[in-house]
Design a protein around this ligand. Structure first.
Ligand SMILES: C/C(=C\COP(=O)(O)OP(=O)(O)O)CCC[C@H](C)CCC[C@H](C)CCCC(C)C
Length: 344
């Protein structure tokens, strides 16, 4: 099964076990259902449980980097200790950045993308008719309000005189709105949209995690915004799967603007260069060991870029992300620990 081919939603799991072909069908069906629930491409349509459809809209697979960002921020604060209270605080902040605010972001994005998804991903809940537009609107409003409630609770818990986490959440949800909704629809512009995405995925949850355990300062803000330029590269990877639909609808993604191969090259240069420059910064603050680990973590990413992504960015985008991203996110944590160690 190709990464982007939805499998037949009508295949019957119970017909199994009679022949190897039918076993393959069952495995494919299960894979497609898991993909559907996590919000990955190559999913099957035909889900009937409204709760599973709602979860599918929230694309759980995309929560991971934002949850991770909170961990990096807690590390960079230099104040995280393993107490039950700190653990619960960070878990609540992860709930905020993952299921609630990323869930809100993905739901609102699917709502405003319903026409383009009818071309690129017709099995998504809205174009497939699995959920009504009214139900989708009530879902993103509820997630947003719950998010603000949790953010304010975290501010009270951390004793913030200014409700920093709430302000970050309001700012993040505003960026998420203008990213997806007209008239701005930042995602229509390849550079701006992908930077908004990269920065929101790396910098915003990092700031929230840092603010929860320490004082958010401009050095952390600038450095994470700089790191987000590597996130911009990661965001570009997401654009290859929809190049045809984007072209038809006039979306200026990088693969549409520069062509697939040049965009892939820009993408990997951004990813490697900005992580490398962050490693350089770590050397400048005498965190040489962490800088060396960060460089070591860039090497497998370059290997996977060469093995998969640059050879065929459209066919291998998901394979590349799955292989290389763990090294990128580990690098983020190494950087967070280094900053905490240096007392930045
Ligand atoms: C919707 C997003 C990506 C999907 O984009 P796209 O439509 O191009 O791709 P698909 O075809 O795969 O759907 C993510 C957009 C992110 C957004 C700009 C901002 C996110 C904000 C955070 C959730 C806020 C976190 C705040 C905090 C305090 C933890």
């Amino acid at each position: 099964m190709s990464e982007s081919t939805p499998i037949n939603p009508n295949s019957q799991p119970n017909e199994a076990i009679e022949s190897p072909n039918q076993e393959v069908t069952i495995t494919e069906d299960r894979n497609a259902k898991t993909r559907q629930l996590l919000g990955m491409k190559g999913a099957s349509a035909g889900e009937t449980s409204i709760w599973k459809i709602r979860l599918q809209l929230m694309k759980p697979i995309t929560w991971i980097p934002l949850i991770w960002g909170v961990v990096c921020g807690a590390a960079s604060s230099g104040n995280y200790t393993w107490t039950l209270e700190n653990f619960l605080k960070s878990a609540l902040c992860m709930l905020l950045s993952g299921p609630l605010l990323t869930g809100y972001t993905q739901t609102i994005n699917d709502y405003y993308d319903r026409e383009i998804d009818a071309i690129n991903e017709p099995y998504r809940p809205i174009p497939s008719g699995a959920i009504s537009e009214k139900q989708v609107i009530s879902q993103f409003v509820l997630l947003l309000l719950l998010g603000y409630g949790v953010a304010y609770t975290l501010d009270l818990w951390a004793g913030h005189p200014t409700p920093t986490v709430l302000l970050l959440s309001v700012f993040g949800s505003f960026i998420a709105y203008i990213y997806s909704a007209p008239p701005l629809k930042l995602k229509q512009n390849g550079w701006l949209g992908n930077y908004a995405l990269g920065a929101s995925y790396i910098a915003l949850p990092w700031w929230a995690g840092h603010a929860l355990f320490g004082e958010l300062n401009w050095k952390i803000v600038v450095l994470t915004l700089f790191y987000s330029l590597a996130g911009l590269g990661i965001a570009i990877v997401n654009d290859f799967k929809s190049v045809e639909g984007d072209r038809q609808l006039g979306l200026q993604s990088l693969p549409v603007m520069f062509g697939v191969q040049t965009a892939a090259l820009i993408c990997v240069v951004m990813i490697d260069l900005f992580q490398g420059l962050v490693a350089g910064y770590l050397v400048s603050i005498h965190e040489n060991l962490y800088a060396a680990i960060l460089v070591l973590l860039i090497i497998p990413q370059i290997t996977f870029q060469d093995m998969y992504f640059l050879r065929d960015p459209i066919a291998n985008d998901v394979k590349y992300q799955a292989s290389a991203q763990p090294f990128l996110v580990l690098g983020m944590l190494v950087t967070g620990i280094a900053l905490g160690h240096a007392g930045i």
